[in-house]
Design a binder for this molecule. Sequence first.
Ligand code: EPU
Length: 334
Amino acid sequence: MRIENTFGIEAEAREVITYDSEEALREALVRIHEQYEGLPLLHIGCGSNLLFLSNFEGIVLKSNIKGFVVKEETEDDVLVEVGSGEICDEFIAQAIRNGWYGMENLSLIPGQVGAAAVQNIGAYGVEAQDVIEEVKGISLSDGTERSWKQKDCGYGYRQSIFKSELWGKYAITRVSFRLKKHFEPKLQYGGLVKAVEVAGLSKDTLTAQELRQIIIDIRRAKLPDPAVQGNAGSFFKNPVVSKEKAEHLLLEFPTMPHYPADEGKIKLAAGWLIEQAGWKGKSLGPAAVHDRQALVLVNKGGASGRDIQRLCEAIKRDVKERFDINLEPEVNFI
Ligand code: EPU
């Protein structure tokens, strides 16, 4: 069976199983253990952060757990538990309609709610970890349920325990978000204040829906639509380097974008580094670097995972040579 992925790469699994409840998942796990003893399991979302290098000789699981329930409500906020199979952007749109705020800046990021908690998705100054309170999952080996408070999720920049120690061990079933009932726009990300002005709006009267639309417009202008051209959003993480290393590079490249990161380190813009290395808009066979955002690799049509990987390696080599920086993929290679 074909595995869905936004890169549009042909990859098959022995079986792809979609479940719509915890019970259905447990039943599927029992059947998998009986029928496919010893074969590996892979849990995916919408496949918007995966690169298949070959067929997957195992079973793919996918959540279709839908819906949300309000667990707590105060004058200031709500705690809402969302099924991991909900499309994240659809939930954000619904939350805004309900008057629940905090996720506007994450608008239009592809993928499901479960994957958002695994990947700690982030954009325009907000990360999933800022609004997540609790994550629930089911063990793929024995079907038992477990929950993690936010502080136990090991969150960092595009990082979590679900991507590291617990990779392949749990299916995320529900994610609880703490959302505010009073809208406070988060505009600290470079360019957002300007974008509000350009849209003819004022930051003092801006509504959540208006901010969502601004974010959507920025993303549409820069990022390719996977339905039109296969891609997985940012292919690389933005590298985090020591202050000394950044200062050294800034002497040679004074216009290099750089931002403060944790522990006194500095985050650089991988898109800028790739563009400077001459790769923006360039192709290698059927794989290409997007012409409006060099951080995104695209499938021009008919590319295999290996084609994309070859392009990834060529970019890494050139960025290493020019800046002595090791780029790390954000996308998971399977
Ligand atoms: N830049 C270039 N050339 C390029 C691309 C970027 O010079 O081809 C420069 C920009 O001019 C800017 C800086 O690099 O000065 C940063 O660019 P941008 O604001 O577009 O964001 P990014 O750092 O490239 C990250 C996330 C995106 C997220 C945006 C906005 C990562 C890996 N990527 O991109 O996330 O939407 O910030 O917050 O952190 C994703 O993860 O799939 C994704 C799209």
